[in-house]
Design a protein around this ligand. Structure first.
Ligand SMILES: Nc1ncnc2c1ncn2[C@@H]1O[C@H](COP(=O)(O)OP(=O)(O)OP(=O)(O)O)[C@@H](O)[C@H]1O
Ligand SMILES: [Mg+2]
Length: 323
């Protein structure tokens, strides 16, 4: 027959077992917390490196964009240099004529003929007519370069911790300008901007979301299509729609697009982080990103967030994410 174990011993055994289980649970929790912290920091590094990769790719496009105006501005300057040399010769001939006139006109006819021959030789009418056009075109080219470089600088610039008021329509224009090399062969861009009040946001991060939506839209278009960008206000919120006439998505794809590393693109073309980042960035603005898409019918993404920006708690979260 079994000897009865005293109740106090049973209770003590049970207490020990519980303490042991609690210790193990605590240890497992601590391991989990540190694994989570490591994952979060790895994720934020990845998001940051993806931003750099994205800007790197776009910078290559921008370099290509800048090349064209720089090419014609320098060619114009060469032509202008030749014109200036011709004009100096012409001015010298005129001066000789003037001096000859002062010398009582003995060689005046010969000098005048000289001036005329030279005017023909250098095609003076053409030179005079072209100078203005070349200068105007060169100026336009240089302003284009200045604008492209400025827009890229704004995008590459990492936000400070401060939320600031921005003109969202202008921010979209900058994103279009930075992504232009990816867009121009694929789509006509149609803008339907509403008059918007200044909107509180982290401009670099919202710009990053817009860039990814624009590049995704262009990549979804096979030959040539349309990308339509609309903005508007809904109560206390601002919204931006980016629509394309591209391939669209099946419901099974739509379900997964915000997952990190989900991509249907070839290796090297997409990392699958763009929309995941967009989702995080919109959440950190107390906003959201929604999608409507049908295979063969195109896709619309909508960004929406409060005009007054995220609440205090989220601002802190967002700053932590940025580090
Ligand atoms: N406008 C769109 N039309 C059709 N499919 C889209 C569109 N935008 C996104 N997708 C789908 O969602 C997937 C995920 O997009 P996401 O931007 O996250 O990554 P990615 O574009 O593949 O790569 P990354 O942006 O990191 O370069 C894409 O691979 C594509 O299948
Ligand atoms: Mg993308």
């Amino acid at each position: 027959m079994n000897e009865a174990i005293p109740l106090s011993e049973v209770l003590e055994l049970e207490r020990c077992a519980r303490r042991d289980a609690e210790r193990r649970l605590d240890a497992a929790n601590a391991d989990l917390a540190s694994a989570l912290a490591e994952l979060q920091s790895a994720q934020s590094k990845l998001v940051h490196s993806d931003k750099l990769a994205c800007i790197g790719q776009l910078a290559a496009g921008v370099a290509h964009e800048v090349n064209n105006p720089v090419g014609y501005v320098s060619s114009n300057l060469n032509t202008l240099g030749e014109y200036v040399a011709d004009l100096l010769r012409y001015i010298n001939a005129c001066r000789t004529l003037v001096i000859d006139c002062a010398n009582e006109g003995r060689t005046i006819v010969e000098s005048a003929r000289n001036v005329e021959t030279l005017a023909d030789a250098i095609d003076l009418d053409n030179v005079v007519g072209d100078i203005e056009a070349l200068l105007a075109e060169s100026n336009e080219g240089l302003s284009r370069v200045r604008k492209i470089v400025g827009d890229l600088r704004d995008f590459a610039h990492v936000d400070g911790p401060d939320l600031a008021l921005h003109d969202i329509n202008q921010l979209i224009d900058k994103a279009i300008s930075v992504a232009w090399n990816e867009l121009k062969y694929k789509a006509d861009i149609v803008k339907e901007y509403a008059d918007l009040p200044p909107v509180a946001c982290f401009a670099g991060r919202i710009g990053q979301v817009l860039l990814n939506l624009l590049v995704n839209a262009a990549q979804a278009i096979v030959d040539r299509g349309e990308i339509r960008i609309r903005t508007g206000q809904d109560g206390h919120d601002v919204w931006v729609d980016v629509s394309d006439t591209g391939c669209g998505m099946a419901p099974s794809t739509i379900e997964r697009i915000f997952e990190p590393f989900f991509t249907t693109k070839d290796v090297g073309q997409g990392t699958g982080l763009g929309l995941h980042m967009a989702y995080q960035i919109m959440r950190s603005h107390d906003g959201e990103i929604r999608v409507h898409s049908e295979v063969g019918m195109g896709t619309t993404f909508r960004l929406q967030w409060p005009i007054s920006g995220p609440t205090e708690g989220n601002k802190v979260d967002d700053d932590a994410n940025a580090r």
